[in-house]
Design a protein around this ligand. Structure first.
Ligand code: DCT
Ligand code: MG
Length: 544
């Protein structure tokens, strides 16, 4: 396992006077360690590496770790996001060019001398990484955002969210039945009772020989059966076999998601996800065991899955609160485009407003279909979508997509200039930065390899916007946590642009107001933020 998880049995930490400390967890329950437990629970400053993992290890011994002042894994992440690992020996090597005499496998090997080694490394790293963060003006982001978030996330993980296991299990069965039905239908159409839909080789035979469909992109082993290619094929050359194939894949994914959820329900009837603070290069949180971000957002299946997440015993209701169009608001702020800013200031629906400008029609004549197109384009731009990409997404001719894009850039020149500038600046600097100064390094912007360079360019367009949105919700979590002191209600989850809160009896009105207020006050942009909230017995019912 990874250090700090599962099999680890010891923790290394450093106190504010730079005394290294090595704690064998097995010893902690002993009476004579009361003083140590008291110190761990006090506000006295502690320096650690992967502090959240240490929090959980101690929690397992009945000790609530407080006073997390440094986490050298987080510091290393802010300095170099996107690294494969932030394990102590790796970080030590990366930043101090020295080898830590500990296997990267576990902390538990730290015997008398090993323990001191880890603590010494954390000590050295704290000094060095603090200096480096200050040099790039990221220390505040570290000390005031990422560090306070550690204990908040740790508590959310420890609390978990209640689930209705019966709903999860029956839903899994529904998906399993769909998988079978789609497979049966596909096999019949292919005239092959034993066809394995998960075998690219067998699929190639059916698609391009038996059914004689047009060939997809060439690959080493024939022609591609990747999701993207099959979806495109289904659009250009509809065939019932393709529909069953795509449906089969979709239901298989959902079935796997459900299996993951069911497997992670713990004996308290709750799911305790892990929020990763050092995984996404953009600054977003990710979640694992289970991954709550891959529950589909807009589909009926996604809604059914979320309906299985319920309010826990002793609590009154769930509250969800989310930001509306946060990326577009950040885009309006960063680009300073007068049109986008005006739309938000006027309280106009942004996509309708943009639609009316791009298609030259009054706002009230922007049909849902136009709105959908314009929305896809607005987000597409942020993700570096080409006219060709847009045409594919909207199933319209490339020429038409190009015209829409040109009309957009005509009306929203600020956006065009901003997007061009952001890539240019990043090429010069070697990195992008969010409003809060979170950096993402993109050395491949100057690569000779066209594909690598274009990927980096797309990342450069996207990182400041997605990263700022991530910063904003992190600020919100800290503000909400502070403001909820003294309340029994608690934040359980952060997913996408949303917080899920469990409301204690009698606290709804007050807590709802606090959550909305604090989320709204996270940042002051050139356009207002908009927060909406809803309540219900389960996560889906609380949607709004
Ligand atoms: N999204 C995207 N591409 C799209 C649509 C959505 O990348 N074509 C992403 C970015 C925003 C996020 O999903 C949420 O989607 P919506 O709620 O549909 O976007 P919205 O801007 O909030 O629009 P609406 O006002 O319709 O909710
Ligand atoms: Mg929305």
């Amino acid at each position: 396992g990874r250090p700090g998880q599962g099999d680890a049995t010891s923790i290394s930490l450093v106190d504010a006077t730079f005394d290294g400390l090595h704690i064998e967890l097995a010893d902690l329950s002993a009476e004579d360690d009361k003083a140590l437990a008291t110190w761990l629970e006090s506000d006295a400053e502690k320096f650690l590496h992967e502090a959240k993992a240490a929090y959980h290890m101690l929690k397992g011994r009945g000790i609530e770790l407080n006073g997390i002042a440094h986490d050298t894994a987080l510091a290393a992440y802010l300095l170099r996001p996107g690294q494969r690992t932030y394990e102590l020996p790796d970080v030590y090597q990366r930043h101090l060019r020295k080898t830590l005499e500990a296997s990267s496998e576990q902390l538990s090997l730290l015997d008398d001398t090993g323990g001191i080694d880890s603590a010494a490394a954390i000590m050295e790293l704290t000094v060095e990484l603090t200096k480096l963060l200050q040099e790039i003006d990221s220390y505040q982001l570290y000390a005031e955002l990422e560090i306070p978030l550690v204990s908040i996330l740790a508590k959310m993980e420890a609390t978990g969210i209640a689930v209705d296991i019966d709903t999860l299990e029956s839903q899994q069965e529904v998906f399993a039945n769909h998988v079978e039905a789609e497979e049966k239908a596909a096999r019949e159409l292919a005239g092959d009772e034993k066809l394995n839909l998960n075998s690219p080789k067998q699929l190639q035979t059916v698609l391009f020989e038996t059914l004689d469909l047009p060939k997809t992109k060439k690959t080493k082993t024939g022609y591609s059966t990747a999701a993207k290619e099959i979806e495109q094929l289904a659009i250009n050359h509809p065939h019932p076999f393709l529909d069953h194939l795509l449906a089969h894949r979709e239901y298989q994914k959902l079935k796997t998601t459900l299996e993951g959820l069911i497997k992670t329900v713990q004996s308290d009837g709750r799911i305790h996800t892990t929020f990763n603070q050092t995984v996404a290069s953009t600054g977003r949180l990710s979640s694992t065991d289970p991954n709550l971000q891959n529950i589909p957002v807009r589909t009926e299946s996604g809604r059914t899955i979320r309906s299985a997440f319920i309010v826990g015993e002793g609590y009154e209701t769930l509250l969800t609160a989310d930001y509306s169009q946060i990326e577009m608001r950040v885009m309006a702020h960063l680009s300073q485009d007068p049109g986008l800013i005006e739309a938000y200031k006027e309280g106009e629906d942004l996509h309708n407003y943009v639609g009316s400008r791009v298609f030259d029609v009054p706002v009230d004549q922007v049909t849902p279909e136009l709105r959908r197109r314009v929305k896809a384009m607005s987000y597409g731009l942020v993700y570096g979508l080409s006219a060709f990409g847009l045409s594919q997404q909207l199933s319209i001719p490339a020429g038409e997509a190009k015209k829409i894009m040109e009309a957009y850039f005509d009306r929203f020149g600020g956006v065009k200039k901003y997007l061009a500038d952001v890539v240019e600046q990043a090429r010069k600097d070697g990195y992008t930065a969010t409003v809060f100064g979170r950096r993402r390094y993109l050395p491949e912007l100057t690569s000779d390899n066209r594909l690598a360079r274009e990927n980096a360019e797309r990342a450069a367009l996207n990182a400041p916007i997605q990263g700022t949105a991530a910063d904003i919700i992190k600020v919100a979590m800290i503000r909400v946590d502070n403001a909820l002191e003294g309340f029994k209600s608690r934040v359980l989850l952060q997913v996408h642009d949303e917080l899920v809160v469990e409301i204690a009896p009698g606290e709804l009105a007050e807590v709802r107001e606090i959550v909305e207020r604090e989320m709204d006050a996270s940042i002051s942009l050139r356009v207002p933020l908009e927060v909406s909230a809803g309540t219900g017995d389960n996560w889906d019912a609380a949607a709004h």
